[in-house]
Design a protein around this ligand. Structure first.
Ligand SMILES: Cc1cc2nc3c(=O)[nH]c(=O)nc-3n(C[C@H](O)[C@H](O)[C@H](O)COP(=O)(O)OP(=O)(O)OC[C@H]3O[C@@H](n4cnc5c(N)ncnc54)[C@H](O)[C@@H]3O)c2cc1C
Length: 280
């Protein structure tokens, strides 16, 4: 609590009665909770579309569905060009922001970046009358995020959307890039959600999906320029918080690229804490 407050995160302690007032459909046997009044929700695809529009207004060019295939380095090992599915682009700077795929892309310049895909499943319920008012997650959620466990871990996250559906999470597994939706994981998520919201027991699931988060061994993002391949910038490893952290991490990266004073201390995020030279 003190750590949160020192970081200017507002937090209030809720008694069982407060919990019932804030979330009337929560299970009645919970001992209390914490409320974060600054917390907010965003629809990630709409946020992405808005950022794309803003960037285009500022002169950015986009090449959708275009893969980076290789990176040309000069005789000093500095970035010279990106070779993409749409041709060669001469540039002294390149940003590897490929999320869970950042490690293979770092391999294009011979860097061994130890990020790994951390799989997560989500269940989307049928549209429902209002039963969830806040984004609610159980206290052990932080433990699952901060663990390095490869096996399945589940901690309940329940949040409603504007359309009335409810999103149920969360699962974490280090099982490579296997995109299959696993019904055993869905059952574990559903069971946990019903523990906190018994009313969900009779609700239909509309769909479920799995995705990958970019996991780093020390649970911090990787933001900055590679020491071993100058001009090759990295912005990845945001795990399950890349939507929330995206704007500040992009701001920090842009300041590092432009040589401006950084908005926050970049040292904990430096790529060289992991960099090992691999085979090009
Ligand atoms: C189940 C689940 C729930 C989550 N919940 C939350 C949440 O509640 N809040 C939150 O903040 N975050 C959440 N996240 C995490 C969030 O989605 C990620 O942190 C975020 O998407 C990372 O953004 P990114 O742009 O770094 O990477 P990504 O969104 O993964 O994008 C990487 C891009 O790189 C592209 N790419 C790959 N290879 C190449 C190549 N060779 N050339 C060109 N492009 C390439 C990919 O196609 C992809 O478009 C969740 C993730 C999952 C899986």
């Amino acid at each position: 609590m003190d750590g949160l407050r020192a970081a200017q995160v507002k937090v209030e302690v809720l008694t069982p009665a407060d919990l019932q007032r804030e979330e009337p459909f929560l299970a009645r046997d919970l001992p209390g909770g914490l409320y974060f009044p600054q917390d907010a929700q965003v629809q990630p695809m709409l946020a992405c579309a808005a950022l794309l529009k803003a960037a285009k207004t500022l002169g950015a060019t986009f090449l959708p569905q275009t893969a980076l295939l290789s990176v040309e380095l000069d005789e000093k090992g500095k970035v010279r060009a990106a070779v993409t599915g749409a041709g060669r682009i001469e540039t002294p700077r390149l940003v590897n922001a490929a999320g869970p795929w950042s490690s293979p892309l770092a391999g294009l310049v011979g860097l061994d970046l130890p990020t790994r895909p951390r799989k997560g499943h989500i269940i989307v319920t049928e549209p429902l009358p209002k039963i969830v008012w806040h984004k609610v997650f159980e206290g052990s959620y932080a433990d699952t995020v901060n663990s390095g466990e490869a096996a399945l871990q589940v901690a309940s996250v329940v949040e409603a959307t504007k359309s009335g559906t409810i999103l149920l999470g969360s699962s974490r597994q280090l099982v490579g890039f296997d995109p299959a939706v696993d019904t055993l994981v869905l059952k574990a998520i559903a069971r946990r959600a019903v523990r906190f919201y018994p009313v969900l027991a009779g609700v239909q699931a509309l769909r479920a999906y799995a995705g990958f988060r970019s996991f780093t061994p020390d649970h911090l993002p990787v933001i900055g320029e590679s020491k071993q391949a100058p001009g090759f910038f990295i912005n990845t490893g945001h795990e399950g918080a890349g939507i929330g952290l995206g704007p500040i991490s992009a701001k920090l990266l842009s300041q590092l690229i432009l040589g401006q004073p950084p908005a926050l201390d970049p040292v904990p995020f430096r790529p060289e804490r992991f960099e090992r030279v691999g085979a090009v």
